[in-house]
Design a protein around this ligand. Structure first.
Ligand code: SAH
Length: 208
């Protein structure tokens, strides 16, 4: 039953414009139900965001796929994520990159995600309980950075975490909207492209 729903979801993502076959195959491999509280598991393969506790949500599969596609990752990449949440986006990326470092500011979610990664034997993920806006200085440079909480603007500190040709994908708050924004560093300069209108929980300071 789950498989039929999964196939339907993959087709839906394709129809919605996700064309990267590596991204789609990672979504096929990672069991989304493992990242979701028991009571919502029957909806795991619907293209919707779902509650994960602590007032947070696991993103809609389309948005996970879109952000992963925009990051243009490869198997040599070292990636930083701000906002582990359930760990689902991180798990999708872990199949496509060399190593992913992920940060979460809510202890409960951080602890739960570690258990899920262990259960699924995803061994190239490094987690940290911290305010992700502080970055991860010891691990600089990163090839890619992904923010999964809506952010007003990115600091110079964060931009200093990526190499030339590095990419950052982040939902940026603009007036009353959130826009999925892709930043590209080239010859030391940052340019950006704006993509889908999105709805993420806010990026908050400090730990909880
Ligand atoms: N990538 C997640 C999406 C979770 S929602 C998933 O696939 O499930 C966003 C998460 O970002 C929440 O868990 C929230 O607590 C976390 N967050 C918000 N601000 C943060 C910050 N400054 N540092 C680290 N995590 C943050």
């Amino acid at each position: 039953m789950l498989d039929v729903r999964k196939i339907r979801l993959i087709l839906e993502l394709r129809e919605a414009g996700i064309i990267n076959s590596n991204v789609l195959s990672s979504i096929e491999k990672i069991p989304r139900e493992k990242f979701i509280p028991e009571m919502y598991r029957n909806q795991a393969y619907e293209n919707i965001a779902l509650p994960i506790g602590d007032n947070q949500t696991i993103s809609q599969p389309y948005i996970v796929a879109k952000m992963t596609e925009l990051l243009e990752v490869n198997s040599n990449h070292k990636v930083l994520e701000i906002g582990t949440g359930s760990g689902y986006q991180c798990a999708i990326l872990s199949k496509l990159v060399r190593r992913i470092y992920t940060t979460e500011r809510i202890k409960n979610l951080h602890d739960k995600s570690i258990k899920t990664f262990e259960k699924l034997k995803l061994s190239n993920i490094v987690t940290r309980y911290q305010d992700g806006n502080e970055g991860w200085e010891e691990q600089i440079p990163f090839d890619r950075i992904i923010f999964t909480a809506a952010t007003k603007n990115l600091s110079d500190k964060i931009f200093s975490h990526i190499e030339d040709n590095g990419i950052i994908v982040c939902p940026i708050i603009k007036k009353d909207k959130q826009i999925l924004t892709k930043y590209i560093k080239k010859n030391g300069n940052i340019t950006y492209e704006e993509h889908d209108k999105v709805l993420f929980v806010p990026n908050l300071e400090g730990i909880n």
